[in-house]
Design a protein around this ligand. Structure first.
Ligand code: ADP
Length: 674
């Protein structure tokens, strides 16, 4: 090289390369490697085709410097001045430099990785005459390398275990997640057979997998069990794909292995939470609506036994009877009553004491090993035949004011069955139970008082009836025997009127008692209700002359099958109320009509009316609306009796009212004639 320098020229095709033997020219021209020469100033003196491609432009001989229009960087991306580039150094120092990797950037932004290998060239006097350089474009190789590097780092950083194996089942690659999941390091496992990860009873799965892979099939999300280095079996999900070589032949398989044990566990936990919440919710609803103590105890025992997974549970509830003696109610779940009954109630032993004294919850994995256990005669532990208790949980149940009202006890024959979570669930239910039990107790007290009150009203009205009847009799005799002009006769008649009111009152009270006991008597006959209403109006008009009683009736007669006295009682009640509660009005309208084979009576007044929220309540026993009319006498039982009478006739009684304007009470009964 270089004895006979080639002259630089601008002629096409490219000029012959200086410093290069003319005999080598053809060879260099078509070489895929870029070659150029430059003089000692760096001006290009010759180049080949590949160099033009690399520059992206044909340079001007002796005008363009060897870097033409590139920016040149180190492979780490540091921008170099022309002097700092390998060719620049060769020209500066006249010494060859080591082959170097560089990055070049063209004006259009395109970049290439190149290997630069410049050499100095000297003239016949041994003086530096320039440089010759070969440049190899390694961009593609670099890209492939970086792709591979990226892929490898993705695999390595994956959360999922990624493993590959050949068709013989031998492991060929193993990432960090695989190591974390299975416990084997890469060194330990590569070259081993995949069956080291498979439990023996699942070896046949491997055959199935390999067969599918050979058939070029993919396996997705196959859920199975695998074995770790420590022998632990784990739940995993496998996705397996065939690996093909350049000629598309299957040579192995890659597996992505996901640990689904944790996921499964959290799914189960979630499910469990949802179930428990549902039980808690429903128990809350059920017991708050329940007013029977025994039922509450049973429901709470069943629910808590289920919630804490006990084999059996019991609720012991302290009660005090009317004599002030304490006793215990108890309910069981998961065990027959006899299983407990023969052993009597829990006594104040070291084990039970903390619960009944309210010291706190007792939760023990194995009660038989507890120091408090087995200290009491005669059994010194669980009596023979007792349900076997190993796991033990006992929670005190406290009332509103903090006093212990009982205890919930749970047992299981296996050890360590009850967790802190169980304990808390039971405590939550116990708190709800305490409120429900308090309510039930209150309700029972009220019920008892109510019963006593009913009993008293029944007795009192019964006791009043006899003297009032005699009183009425004597007054009638006195009034009859007095001469018509005697002033005392007026007084005697007034007294009789008052006694009449008293009789109605007592008879109403007796009716209430009879309704309560289901003994209100009825006598059904066929009678003309039009006639009854006409006569009734006459009588009522005489007793209440303050209001005009207007009667609108269908013409003719209307026979119905009913208890005429009771129907009369209803009408009298409604008309009396209409007059009583419309003190400023002067009329009451009584209307009767037949609708759909039913007989309807409406009593309309123009009085004080009833507020909408009171409309339903006026039919309740002893209920009186608190309003301007509260001072008016009455017991609040008239409408209650009316409703019972109408109901017993399979009819209905209702009211429409505008507060301050008046009310209309309607009742309707089937005509029912044979
Ligand atoms: P009372 O003996 O109090 O009249 P009732 O059972 O007949 O008992 O009526 C219950 C309550 O309904 C009354 O206290 C009154 O407040 C209300 N009431 C009944 N009838 C009327 C009416 N016509 N107008 C307004 N309020 C009425």
């Amino acid at each position: 090289m270089g004895e006979e320098p080639l002259s630089a020229s601008n002629s096409k095709p490219v000029p012959k390369l200086t410093f290069i033997n003319s005999t080598d020219w053809d060879l260099l021209e078509d070489l895929p490697v870029a070659v150029y020469t430059c003089d000692k100033e760096g001006y290009i003196t010759s180049f080949n085709k590949a160099a033009v491609t690399l520059w992206g432009k044909t340079p001007h001989i002796n005008k363009d410097k060897w870097y033409v229009n590139w920016e040149i960087f180190t492979s780490d991306g540091i921008l170099l001045t022309p002097d700092e580039t390998p060719t620049g150094k060769v020209l500066k120092y006249g010494k060859p430099v080591k082959q170097q990797e560089m990055l070049i950037k063209r004006p259009n932004g395109s970049v290439s990785y190149i290997l630069s290998n410049p050499k100095p060239r000297f003239n016949e006097n041994g003086e530096l005459a320039g440089a010759a350089n070969t440049l190899i474009d390694i961009t593609e190789q670099k890209n492939t390398e970086s792709k591979q590097w990226m892929l490898a780092s993705i695999i390595e950083s994956s959360e999922d275990a990624i493993v590959s194996k050949n068709l013989d089942g031998v492991i060929t690659s193993w990432n960090g997640a695989a190591q974390r999941l299975f416990g084997y390091t890469e060194d330990e496992i590569i070259g081993k057979h995949i069956t080291v990860l498979i439990p023996e009873d699942r070896y046949n799965e491997e055959e199935m997998i390999i067969n599918k892979i050979r058939a070029n099939e993919r396996i997705e999300h196959f859920e199975t069990i695998r074995k770790t280095k420590s022998g632990e079996e784990i739940q995993i999900s496998l996705t397996i794909s065939p690996i093909r070589n350049n000629s598309n032949k299957v040579i192995g398989a890659s597996k992505i292995i996901r640990d689904i044990g944790r996921q499964k566990k959290s799914e189960e936990r979630l499910q469990q939470y949802a179930e428990r919440l549902e039980i808690l919710n429903s128990i809350g609803q059920v017991i708050s609506a329940e007013l029977d103590i025994q039922n509450i105890l049973q429901k709470v025992t069943d629910a808590t036994t289920q919630l804490c997974g006990a084999q059996f549970g019991a609720f012991f509830h302290n009660q005090v009877n009317e004599q002030g003696e304490s006793y215990m109610l108890f309910t069981l779940s998961g065990a027959p009553r006899e299983a407990f009954e023969k052993f009597g109630m829990p006594r104040n032993t070291a084990v039970f004491h903390p619960t009944f004294s309210g010291e706190g919850t007792v939760r023990v994995d194995d009660i038989t090993k507890d120091p408090r256990y087995g200290k009491n005669a005669p059994h010194f532990g669980q009596p023979k035949g007792h349900l076997p208790v190993v796991s033990y949980l006992a929670v005190p149940v406290r009332g509103k004011s903090g006093e212990v009202i009982g205890g919930l006890f749970f047992g299981h024959e296996q050890r360590a069955r009850f967790t802190r979570e169980h304990e808390q669930l039971v405590l939550a239910v116990a708190a709800q139970a305490a409120v429900a039990l308090d309510n039930a107790k209150l309700y029972e007290n009220i019920k008892e008082l109510n019963e006593k009150k009913d009993e008293f009203i029944g007795l009192a009205s019964h006791e009043l009836k006899t003297p009032v009847t005699s009183l009425k009799g004597y007054l009638q005799i006195i009034a009859r025997n007095l001469p018509p002009d005697d002033k005392s006769k007026v007084l005697a008649n007034r007294a009789l009127e008052q006694v009449g009111k008293l009789t109605i009152l007592i008879s109403d009270l007796l009716d209430v008692t009879k309704i309560q006991t289901g003994k209100l008597p009825f006598t059904y006959t066929d009678f003309d209700v039009i006639k009854l209403l006409t006569e009734l109006r006459e009588i009522l008009q005489q007793t209440g002359p303050s209001h005009q009683l207007l009667l609108n009736l269908p013409a003719g007669e209307l026979i119905i099958h009913a208890d005429s006295q009771r129907i009369e009682q209803v009408v009298i009640n409604l008309v009396t109320n209409a007059v009583k509660y419309s003190p400023k009005a002067d009329k009451v309208i009584i209307e009767a009509l037949v609708i759909n084979n039913k007989f309807r009576v409406s009593v309309q007044d123009f009085g004080i009316g009833i507020q909408p929220d009171q409309l339903d309540r006026v039919f309740s026993r002893f209920y009186r609306v608190e309003n301007l009319a509260s001072h008016m006498s009455g017991l609040g039982i008239g409408l209650y009796i009316c409703q019972e009478i109408v109901n017993r006739h399979q009819g209905r009684l209702w009211v429409e009212s505008t507060y301050g304007e008046g009310s209309t009470f309607h009742f309707e009964i089937p005509i029912n004639t044979n």
